[in-house]
Design a binder for this molecule. Structure first.
Ligand SMILES: [Zn+2]
Ligand SMILES: [Zn+2]
Length: 244
């Protein structure tokens, strides 16, 4: 029964992620409905957040790489993999871009610099690690939705709270929470970086600025899917920050 439920949960989440970028129609609403029902079911499951090691809570670690022995490490790896994906997507996005081709070598350097900064900051793993001071959760591992990018806060209260340290299902649901870029990554930041290099001449591009926009909480908010605005955010780069 539980296995079946988890498969359904996985299905719904996958479908939802696929649809995320594309539509808002009827289908999507139906999926959100399912997601809501799943969330309330998961909310009622046993909370094993006090446990951390694979030995103490083996169920939580099902399907997770054997090398990972604590929940903190596992969540850390989740944050890091999101960052790796952002970098990979940014690189891929510039591949077909004719403007990027003209400045190919300088763009490669820029991506190299971003990667170095990510290494310096351990790929922002602290964001999901409850042992870290700079984590987005509290010391028990509870994350609260930070609200739509253009609002002060989330108005859904307890409805938009999750603790992926509790059980496997919560961890699964947590995948569906987004790190939303206030200044949009693919619409604004990446094209902005290419443009900065193209128009830069002898000026040095402020890579720390672009790094902050792509990978740090200066521009990222953790949001429940309902608080993730998929339309244009219409926020531009700060022209004073682009060059050193
Ligand atoms: Zn919310
Ligand atoms: Zn967004």
């Amino acid at each position: 029964m539980r296995e079946r439920f988890n498969r359904v949960l996985e299905d719904v989440i996958n479908q939802h992620q696929e649809l995320n970028e594309r539509i808002d129609g009827f289908f999507h609403k139906d999926l959100l409905e399912k997601l809501n029902r799943i969330s309330s079911y998961v909310g009622g499951l046993p909370q094993r957040r006090k446990l951390s090691s694979r030995r103490d809570d083996p169920d939580w670690f099902q399907g997770i790489n054997e090398r990972i022995q604590t929940k903190e490490e596992a969540l850390r790896a989740r944050a890091q993999s999101r960052m790796r994906n952002y970098l990979r997507d940014a690189r891929n996005q510039t591949r077909g871009d004719p403007a990027a081709l003209q400045v190919h070598a300088r763009l490669l350097n820029a991506f190299g610099a971003l990667q170095d900064m990510l290494r310096r900051d351990d790929y922002q793993g602290h964001l999901f690690d409850r042992k870290e001071l700079e984590s987005l959760c509290d010391e028990e591992g509870t994350f609260a939705c930070q609200g739509r990018f253009d609002l002060e806060e989330c108005s859904y209260g307890e409805g938009h709270v999750i603790n992926p340290y509790d059980n496997r299902e919560s961890l699964l649901l947590f995948q569906n929470w987004n790190l939303d870029h206030g200044i949009e990554r693919s619409r604004t930041v990446v094209p902005g970086l290419v443009a900065a290099i193209v128009k830069g001449g002898r000026r040095n591009v402020n890579m720390e600025y672009f790094y902050a926009l792509l990978f740090t909480t200066e521009n990222l908010r953790l949001v429940h899917t309902v608080c993730h605005e998929k339309g244009h955010h219409r926020r531009g780069l700060d022209p004073d920050e682009i060059y050193l």
